[in-house]
Ligand binder design. Sequence first.
Ligand SMILES: [Fe+2]
Length: 455
Amino acid sequence: MDMRVKETDHTALTDPGRYFIDEPQAFNVHRDLFRDQALFELEMAHVFEAGWVFLCHESQLPNPHDFYTTQLGRTPVVVLRGEDGALRGFVNACPHRGTRLYTARHGTAQVQMCPYHAWCFDSAGHCVKIKDQSQAGYAPGFDGERHDLTPLAHLTSYQGFVFGALRADVPALADYLGDTRFFIDTFAEQSAQGMEILPGEVTYVYRGNWKLQVENTMDIYHLTTVHSTFAKIVQQRGEREASAAGADKVKAVNLGALSGLQAGTYTFPHGHTVFWGSDPLRENRALWAMRDDLLTRGVDAHKVEWMFRPRVLNFFPNIQFVDSACMQLRVIRPLAVDRTEMTMFCLAPRGEPREGRRRRLRQYEDFFNASGIATPDDVACYEDIHAGGLAHANSEWIQGFSRGMQHVVDGPDSHAREIGIRPLESCSGVEVQDETVFRGFYREWRRRLEAATHD
Ligand SMILES: [Fe+2]
């Protein structure tokens, strides 16, 4: 399948580089990346629909005939688990009229019937029935046409996380993920039974561009302003707990990673980025009770150490793994240049002790989601950024990529060498609150659009 927009569709494709100032001492992004509808269509074609995109986790469709629906750019997608247990990915549209076939988020269907004309498909994507076919008077060639669902070009899992691609000419998933697999492992190897996405999800829409969310999760500089209310609540709660002997001491996300403690970022090939910090209150984590088991069953000691560090893994273009007390998955779905849908999931190690699971859920509710104490404050900022970014009297260039420039080194730093990973760039220090890591995303964005001009 080739869904590329041709070069003549928009003049921007003749020079994607004009949206960036990328020099040794300066990096700026043009505001049009956040407000230009034509650019939005181009990035759907060349960023989302031309590469790997996260689709789901295997735990979301555990049994034969289970299905899970999602989006790959502008294309609705369904992942099916066949009778044989294998996962397959398809465009979620009936080949007859193009009607969306699976309308629920997830479920089980040995046979799925199109709601419009009742064509039926099995869980391997085969068309198994065309309603009232025998006397319809179809032309002789009709039987020879393909009536099955259109398969994705690729569907591959790593550690249970399922990725798909519409185009055949993408790198192997292992090459695409590269050394970021170390960090996925620090999520997935917390239990010998693997990771699961807990039932339920939270979805909300904000009025702003999707790349604001991409930046935010790596943006440590905003925490002490935007989340100061949260920090106060945590402090007051701690004081109350200290005075109430025997009270349940469920601690929330720790903002201590910001002040006086070591933190850093990594930029990897293909636009993936990582933030890591330090956590002086690691015993508050649900995983803390399982730490001896981790080492006993032979999990790499470096990975165990990193399981207790706050870390964010941003996969280009739209999936964010967050572990800043509890684990969370954020999926970014651009709806329009000024509309973005966020869906959040709580991740957990399978077989976790009951007390740990309870603690994890309370921490998850605390900080994240539309009902949490932190996420709504972030969303309010996105909407203010969008409002400010539409002011044409303002500078056309966004500045905000300069913190940490003097700390960036090419290749791995000492922390990366210790764990054997090879990022393109590393930045670490105390209270740097690095912004240079955002460049990794934008350089890949630019590379994708420049590649499209040469197709
Ligand atoms: Fe935030």
